[in-house]
Ligand binder design. Structure first.
Ligand SMILES: *[C@@H]1O[C@H](CO)[C@@H](O)[C@H](O)[C@H]1NC(C)=O
Ligand SMILES: *[C@@H]1O[C@H](CO)[C@@H](O)[C@H](O)[C@H]1NC(C)=O
Ligand SMILES: *[C@@H]1O[C@H](CO)[C@@H](O)[C@H](O)[C@H]1NC(C)=O
Ligand SMILES: *[C@@H]1O[C@H](CO)[C@@H](O)[C@H](O)[C@H]1NC(C)=O
Length: 778
């Protein structure tokens, strides 16, 4: 009973008058043994209220419920947790009780196990802790420990304020711990957790073993936030950990864009590529002015440098999306000129989520270990300098005239192994890695060639260097000064896509790597000119083999089957395994290149995405593709999906098997297109007649049959009926039974009048394949 008395006596002075004074009253509660019973005088227990807490001698009303009829049968209980809970009978249900008030919702200076630091966003309750003014004066002191309420897209973190100034910052919660607490690790004393959703944002902890007691207290002096553990043997509270820990924990010590490195002297350093804003003050160890960039940003041509082992900057001006990937995050940041940095918001597992920062980067420090990666925006010239050590002259060369091409047979371009100059040491994203403020791992994903180099390499886009006309523009062979061969795709100029978006896309595409995809090694962007640079392969594209009378003989069945499987794997990678989930939208024989060992490599992937402007599955205004390969729902309605690629794959399969073009297929007796022809043969039970005559004996009949069967499954009318590419791969590799194909799309007689007909009259008269880029007139 005696502790209770002392609680009253301290709590009642200064006199409490407002109805919210109970929290204040309870400020000192936790200094006493939790299990000790306290004497509270609550009047009106039997009557219907108000509940009133009075001082022991009944002379002062300390606290009372506001609502007159809320508290029926009230009970005030001090739980073993230390939570003082006032419950009343639920008006709607006599048998249950509701909590009217609990002391854990009104913390004072002591953060007990099970309490929360943060916000109940729904009720607007803020769980923050405030130091006592003096050890014997529980009135609020200067230091407050809490979380800023910033809304659902913020990246929450805890602060200690001194008055209204930030004094210490924990760093945002990164899925494992606060970014500024590399020492917050699983330990024998307590478990900890951070919860952030639309209802609540809080940090909490619980004891692992009740025999080991621990609490956190916000102090007015010295270390402002201490965790104590109870040492039973000695009957004392021992400090277990403290914040701030050291000089570098002082909030904003090194100013904007400064980096506090405890091991350095002086501790404040400017981040790489930054310099002191005021060198004079800086040299006097007055760092508060912070640092500014050596080179100004230009926004649209910027890139990022990776810094490691940092405490993430202050998140007051930040934005978070928990489901975005690091790539998406980068794009998001790059597209907003005020975005200065990005990183994964969650580093547990392999890293996920996206956090981006706007404006100056505040309160960064370097940890020897256990810090985080941060990708900081840099101007292109800074990046180039890092890469080459010298400035690169940005040559501005008059753009050469775009060759007008029509009706040219698509030859494809030929690709070759990259060689070192173009191939930078890889680190994802064109990011320069930057370590420990000193040594640098410098890396660029992609080469950016300047126009003069490309003009030189292609002899000013000479016609005899032209390899063909792919989707979106002509392809040229180029030879760089050092003899390296490259294939350059010169994108036609009507894309309407911003430079920035274009670059991002190209960077993303360059990251798609698979043995059945042609490798994109660089690009050239200058003025209106946009070009993609690929490996050059001195072999031809698939169409030049299968549709050529003499060369088709070189491709026996086993080779064709090998090619079919390779294309399927490349496409599956684009659809499923790559992080971008690319829909090719223009798969066709001329977009499949063959290397020296006749391994197929899909080219032009991602270009539709880059160039067509539509980046997701869905409906597009711009129809990109090639007649004869396009799925009906795509050709007519602009609906594209992985299943429209599967349709194109089915057509390609038919072409490889039959050696006949889907378009321009002509049979003297039959007025069907290639699909219709295949479908008819299938229904008449003689599918093998579809097979290219030159295949002769080489074929494994069961494999050929299976491929015809699969191709018909791929070209079914309804997208839902078509298999996914992974199912196709399973089907190709097994001998299990396959479902019966339903009626294919575009299976029509040439003179059919049906509305859905893809009548030959609507098609361009030439039988040459041309990729079309149409704006749908909707
Ligand atoms: C009752 O409490 C009031 C206020 O603290 C005090 O002034 C008064 O002397 C107390 N009376 C007794 C009998 O303790
Ligand atoms: C808790 O700690 C006590 C004393 O150290 C120990 O004897 C007991 O085994 C522990 N209990 C658990 C569940 O770890
Ligand atoms: C967060 O990212 C996901 C995945 O990119 C996206 O679907 C969602 O719309 C984003 N949310 C916001 C608010 O931007
Ligand atoms: C960039 O981000 C800032 C801060 O969130 C926002 O106010 C601004 O609208 C954004 N700008 C663009 C172009 O998205």
């Amino acid at each position: 009973m005696s502790p209770a008395t002392s609680i009253w006596s301290t709590a009642v002075s200064p006199p409490a008058s407002a109805s919210s004074s109970l929290p204040f009253l309870l400020r000192s509660l936790f200094f006493f043994d939790f299990s000790a019973s306290l004497l509270f005088v609550i009047s009106s227990f039997e009557r219907q209220l108000p509940v009133v807490v009075m001082s022991q001698n009944n002379s002062i009303v300390v606290w009372s419920t506001k609502a007159q009829n809320q508290a029926k049968n009230p009970v005030l209980k001090l739980l073993d947790t230390g939570n003082l809970v006032l419950t009343v009978t639920d008006e709607k249900d006599e048998n249950s009780r509701i909590t009217l008030w609990e002391s854990f919702d009104y913390p004072t200076d002591t953060f007990l196990p099970g309490m929360k630091l943060g916000w109940d966003l729904k009720k607007g309750v803020n769980w923050s802790f405030t130091a006592w003014k003096k050890p014997d004066d529980p009135s609020p002191g200067d230091f407050t420990y809490g979380i800023l309420e910033m809304g659902i897209h913020s990246y929450p973190e805890a602060y200690i304020w001194k008055g209204n100034k930030k004094f210490y910052r924990t760093g945002p919660w990164n899925g494992l711990r606060f970014s500024g607490s590399p020492d917050l690790n699983p330990n024998p004393v307590y478990n900890y957790d951070f919860v952030s959703n639309e209802n609540e944002v809080y940090y909490t902890y619980t004891l692992k073993n009740k025999s080991l007691i621990s609490r956190v207290v916000v102090n007015q002096t010295g270390h402002t936030r201490d965790r104590y553990t109870w040492i039973e043997a000695e009957k004392v509270w021992r400090v277990y950990s403290s914040r701030p820990r050291d000089y570098c924990d002082s909030y904003g010590l090194c100013g904007a864009n400064g980096n506090c490195v405890l091991a350095a002297s002086p501790v404040c350093q400017c981040l790489k590529a930054f310099k002191p804003k005021s060198p004079e003050l800086w040299s006097l160890m007055e760092w508060s002015q912070g640092c500014v960039r050596n080179k100004p940003l230009s926004c649209h041509t910027d890139g990022f440098v990776k810094f490691v082992d940092l405490k993430l900057p202050d998140t007051t001006y930040s934005w978070v999306n928990k489901s975005m990937s690091l790539d998406e995050c980068r794009v998001k940041c790059l597209n907003n000129c005020t975005c200065m940095a990005y990183t994964n918001s969650d580093i547990s597992g392999r890293g996920s989520g996206c956090a981006i920062w706007f404006g100056d980067l505040m309160d960064i420090r370097q940890f020897p270990a256990g810090g985080q990666d941060l990708y900081i925006r840099m101007s292109a010239s800074e990046l180039l300098e890092k890469r080459h050590g010298t400035k690169i002259k940005i040559a501005v060369t008059a753009a050469a005239v775009l060759a007008v091409v029509s009706g040219t047979l698509l030859v494809g371009f030929y690709i070759f192994r990259t060689r070192t100059n173009l191939k930078a040491k890889k680190e994802p994203n064109g990011i320069i890695s930057h370590q420990n403020n000193e040594d640098q791992k410098e890396d660029l994903e992609l080469s950016f060639l300047d126009l003069s180099t490309v003009v030189g390499a292609t002899d000013n886009f000479a016609l005899n260097n032209k390899l063909g006309e792919g989707g979106f523009g002509p392809v040229y062979k180029g030879i760089l000064e050092d003899g390296q061969e490259i294939a350059i795709k010169r994108l036609s100029r009507s894309s309407g896509q911003g430079l920035n978006e274009f670059k991002n896309e190209v960077r993303l595409i360059a990251k798609l790597q698979h043995r059945n995809l042609v490798k994109l090694v660089g690009c050239c962007i200058q003025g209106e000119e946009k070009m993609l640079v690929y490996e050059y392969m001195p072999n031809k594209s698939l169409d030049s083999f299968i549709f050529d009378q003499s060369k088709s003989k070189l491709l026996d069945w086993s080779m064709r089957f090998h090619i079919i499987c390779g294309i399927a794997r490349g496409l599956q990678y684009l659809h499923q395994d790559s992080r971008l989930r690319i829909i090719h939208r223009d798969l066709k024989a001329s977009n499949v290149l063959l290397d020296s060992e006749m391994n197929p490599k899909i080219s032009d992937f991602g270009v539709a995405r880059t160039f067509g402007g539509d980046q997701s599955e869905g409906n597009t205004n711009r129809v990109v593709g090639t007649y004869g390969y396009m799925a009906p729902e795509y050709a007519f309605d602009g609906l594209f999906s992985t299943k429209s690629d599967v349709f194109s794959f089915g057509i390609l399969l038919l072409e490889i098997i039959s050696g006949k073009r889907s378009r321009g297929f002509y049979h003297p007796e039959i007025s069907y297109n290639l699909i219709g022809y295949a479908w008819r043969l299938w229904n008449e039970g003689r599918p093998l007649e579809l097979t290219d005559e030159c295949l002769g004996q080489s074929s494994t009949l069961s494999e050929v049959l299976r491929c015809i069967h699969i191709s018909l499954l791929c070209v079914q009318q309804c997208p839902e009926d078509r298999p996914s590419m992974s199912s196709v791969i399973v089907m190709l590799g097994s001998e299990g039974a396959l479902p019966q194909p339903k009626q294919p799309g575009f299976f029509l007689e040439k003179d059919s009048n049906e509305a859905h007909c893809f009548s030959s009259k609507q098609e361009p008269s030439s039988t040459n394949e041309m990729t079309i880029t149409l704006l749908d007139a909707r």
